[in-house]
Design a protein around this ligand. Structure first.
Ligand code: ATP
Ligand code: MG
Ligand code: MG
Length: 531
């Protein structure tokens, strides 16, 4: 126990293992290709990858769980592969549940022949009630010939066929409701995006999962804890069909406050235009959080640290972003920006008469980031909020320059917009920069200032945790995007999309659009976990 505690703060300290790994480890990540990966999926993918490739010398399978022909699209499959690659995850093999439709179909027939499954046409409302009450279906004791004939009808996709489904004959009244004759096959005349109209019957998740896991050689099937009740059913299928053993191992679902992690709801956000798309920085998708400025090593660290916990908690975003800050701080070059609205022109007496430039480090501590050119002159711009705070004869520090004394501030004459219009400063370079209260960011007006936009985002949802009956549509944050126009030093013109930087005293930002053709560069504020 003591050993564990020692490393508790390190990124690599989660000590989790799988049961009985003597015959090797094969794990799988089985997304349904019906949306882009969100951070919940990222947890599942990273855990499977961790066991297969880091903790044990095993194999990771990626299996597209494509049994629902209504929702799946090639676009989503492609995006899933790309997003996994982005997270540094490469599966050793890629498959589709639909690759196994033939085998699954044959196993269903075997199950019917063995008397372990039956065809049912009980109307769904009644079926639910019988399940709740522990009553048998009227079709439960049909002969296997009858059941086979009905399955045959289903495979044709006829109107009669669509009325039926196949159920595993496990139990009528087991205290574990997952054991009460689950549905294993349904009839759906819908074409499938990979198998076209070959099949009119589709196996359910409950049926595919154990069979395909066993057939593909999975040794440990990781599932979220909500599936715990279905482990018994999974094991039942394995035994009934005499398949090879697979262990179930469960981990907790990841939930975040004021965030929806459901492909269905996220799809709605995209379709209704609430967000710009799946990669919108407000989306909890892998793409969205990346666009917001999350880095992949931080994501891995954060998620793997949650690994062992089986508690389903509503995570706060602050630790998530605080983890990221550790990674971005040493790589964030520093620049300067001044808000455009009511920016204040200041004159600096004591400065040399002509503008000059000096080469300065991009980061005072991490000097390997290189240098930038800082323009100095007697005409500078400062933020309105800073100017408004100045007192007569106050000594302040101009960052990366030195101290100055406030000699005069002039207010605007406009009574509707009372603000500071100009400031006179007098350089006082012999002053001690450690003794001043205010370190002011400033920009020389004698340079090619770069127009920029700084964008800050809010959560899409207003309530920390939605309750069971809550309709999320009633808890949408009205305004989730705030744009601030600003100007930045001329070095910013060279920044590229995806660069992560810091504007002094304004925070960390990711460049989402580079400066070009006079159009402002766009920077997204990266949260740091502090308010
Ligand atoms: P969603 O409702 O968001 O679509 P899902 O579970 O239906 O979630 P799948 O594509 O089937 O989506 O999920 C692939 C894998 O990701 C599964 O193993 C699932 O357990 C896991 N997963 C999905 N959501 C989360 C989550 N919030 N936390 C942890 N794992 C998750
Ligand atoms: Mg699913
Ligand atoms: Mg789902």
């Amino acid at each position: 126990k003591a050993e564990k505690g020692e490393n508790a703060g390190d990124s690599g300290s989660f000590d989790i293992g799988l049961q009985d790994t003597s015959k090797g480890v094969v794990t799988r990540f089985p997304p349904e290709p019906s949306g882009y990966l969100h951070i919940g999926h990222a947890k599942a993918a990273l855990l499977n990858d961790y066991f297969a490739h880091e903790k044990y010398q095993g194999t990771l399978l990626l299996r597209f769980d494509d049994t629902n022909p209504m929702k799946e699209k090639q676009e989503f499959e492609d995006s899933i592969i790309e997003d996994l690659a982005l997270m540094g995850i490469k599966a050793d093999k890629v498959s589709h549940t639909s690759d196994w439709f033939k085998e699954l179909y044959e196993y269903c027939i075997q199950m019917i022949k063995d008397g372990n499954a039956y065809a049912d046409d009980t109307e769904s409302e009644l079926m639910r009630k019988q399940r709740m009450d522990g009553d048998p279906s009227g079709r439960r004791d049909a002969s296997f010939e009858e059941n086979l004939a009905r399955f045959e009808e289903m495979t044709k996709g006829t109107t009669e066929g669509t009325r039926w489904c196949i159920r595993a004959k496990i139990s009528v009244d087991d205290p574990n409701k997952a054991m009460r004759d689950p549905v294993v096959y349904r009839c759906s005349p819908q074409a499938h995006h990979r198998t076209g109209d070959t099949w009119k019957v589709y196996p359910t998740y409950d049926f595919c999962c154990p069979i395909v896991d066993a057939l593909e050689g999975v040794t440990h099937a990781l599932r979220t804890t909500e599936y715990k009740d279905r482990d018994a059913q999974y094991q039942w299928m394995i035994k009934a069909l005499k398949l090879r053993n697979v262990y179930n191992w469960d981990f907790s679902r990841m939930n975040f406050i004021r965030t929806l992690l459901s492909k269905r709801k996220l799809t709605k956000f995209v379709d209704t235009g609430r967000v710009w798309g799946w990669d919108d920085p407000r989306m909890p998708t892998v793409r969205g959080i990346r666009r917001r400025g999350m880095t992949i090593p931080a994501l891995r660290e954060y998620i793997l640290k949650q690994g062992p916990s089986k508690n389903i908690v509503n995570l706060d975003w602050s630790t998530f972003w605080a983890t990221n800050k550790k990674y971005i701080d040493p790589i964030s070059a520093r620049y300067t920006a001044v808000e455009s609205k009511d920016k204040v022109a200041a004159t600096v007496t004591g400065a040399r008469p002509a503008p000059w430039t000096e080469e300065k480090d991009l980061h005072a501590k991490y000097t390997d980031l290189g240098t930038k050119k800082v323009v100095y002159s007697g005409n500078i711009l400062i933020d309105q909020a800073d100017a408004a705070s100045f007192e007569q004869d106050e000594e302040i520090t101009l960052m990366n320059w030195g101290n100055a004394i406030v000699r005069k501030t002039s207010s605007s004459l406009n009574p509707l917009n009372k603000h500071i219009a100009s400031v006179d400063l007098e350089l006082h370079l012999q002053g001690d920069v450690k003794k001043t209260k205010k370190k002011i960011t400033w920009l020389s007006a004698d340079q090619n200032l770069v127009p920029i936009e700084m964008v800050e985002f809010d959560h899409l949802i207003t309530k920390d945790k939605l309750d069971e009956g809550d309709d999320y549509e009633n808890f949408l944050t009205p305004v989730t995007e705030t744009r601030t126009a600003a100007v930045a030093d001329e070095n910013v013109a060279k920044l590229k999309v995806d660069d992560i930087i810091q504007f002094d005293r304004k925070g960390y930002f990711r460049c989402d659009k580079a400066f070009s053709h006079g159009e402002p560069a766009v920077f997204f504020q990266i949260p740091t976990g502090k308010k």
